[in-house]
Design a protein around this ligand. Structure first.
Ligand code: G1P
Length: 298
């Protein structure tokens, strides 16, 4: 019987230089969208998809991220004493069970494939998910949960996929589609960050993966690819065409924000703010006011 997906890897070792000076002392993943750190969105999505073991691949300077998941008894007692049950619940959602979360250091920044490989002993011979917290996806049914349902049909490695403007292919892993079945596509090739003129399509890999343990074995070779880094894309691509392998792309339903970029982070902040009952009215009034002022000034 196929093993159930219960483990997820969160590669969070990046230095977040695009957000300096903020990331000088705060890990990028702790930066907040409205009032929750990026990483909390990733954890919630993983939980909704049935993930029970959370593996963070970190680096120097990420201790705030480890502290974030600790219980905070003094704060909890204080909120309880004051009867602030809503806040208490919000806080308790951030607690992780003892032993459910592991931190592994990536000692050298050798690429995303290398970061995932660092977690190999905790994964052993099981399928696993990879979630890149920079990619925040707003969806009625969380993206990874949608993928788990599709994976139950295919049983093969699967990457989240989304059409991007052709001039943006050089920022993504790009799929060469064999058969397009709508939300699921079978893949006959994958290229990391090709120039527009070399890209086999404009269907891009987004930071959600369900992978078979064979991908970890491929990473053992530590082969470098685009940007001279060990690429996860290449290790997944090795599974294409194998009898017990294969790779699928999954066009998820939802809106993806690139929170690795400042513009994407701001857009996500507005979208998540507008989605909140307690903020919608004030925020939308403010937005329409500034749009009018901007138009009048033109
Ligand atoms: C990584 C992957 C790339 C993927 C992207 C999604 O790139 O290497 O294949 O398309 O995430 O966000 P990065 O953005 O870390 O450079």
């Amino acid at each position: 019987m196929r093993k159930k997906l219960t483990k997820a890897i969160f590669p969070v070792a990046g230095m977040g230089t695009r957000f300096l000076p903020a990331t000088k002392s705060v890990p990028k993943e702790i930066m907040t969208l409205v009032d929750r750190p990026l990483v909390q969105y990733a954890i919630d999505e993983a939980r909704a998809a049935g993930i029970k073991e959370f593996i963070f691949v970190t680096s120097r300077g990420k201790s705030a991220l480890e502290d974030y998941f600790d219980h905070s008894p003094i704060l909890e007692q204080e909120l309880e004493r004051k009867g602030k049950t809503d806040l208490l619940e919000t806080l308790q959602d951030t607690n992780m069970d003892s032993g459910a979360i592991a931190y592994i250091r990536q000692h050298k920044a050798l690429g995303l494939g290398h970061a995932v490989w660092c977690a190999r002993r905790l994964i052993a011979n099981e399928p696993f998910a990879v979630i890149l917290p920079d990619d925040v996806i707003a969806a009625e049914k969380p993206c990874l949960e949608q993928m788990v349902e599709a994976y139950e049909e295919t049983g093969a490695s699967m990457v989240a996929a989304m059409e991007v403007p052709p001039e943006k292919t050089s920022s993504y892993g790009i799929l060469d589609v064999q058969e397009d079945m709508g939300s699921i596509v079978s893949v006959k090739g994958m290229v990391e960050k090709p120039k527009a003129e070399d890209a086999p399509s404009n269907l891009a890999v987004i930071g959600r993966y369900i992978l078979t343990p064979a991908v970890l074995r491929n990473l053992n070779k530590k082969k470098t690819g685009a940007g001279n880094e060990i690429q996860l894309t290449d290790a997944i691509a090795e599974e294409i065409g194998k009898e017990d392998g294969g790779v699928y792309g999954y066009r998820f339903r939802g809106q993806r924000f690139d929170c690795g970029s400042k513009a994407g982070f701001l857009q996500a902040t507005v979208a998540f703010g507008l989605a909140r009952d307690d903020l919608r009215e004030d925020l939308s009034r403010y937005l329409s006011e500034i749009v009018q002022i901007d138009k009048a000034a033109q």
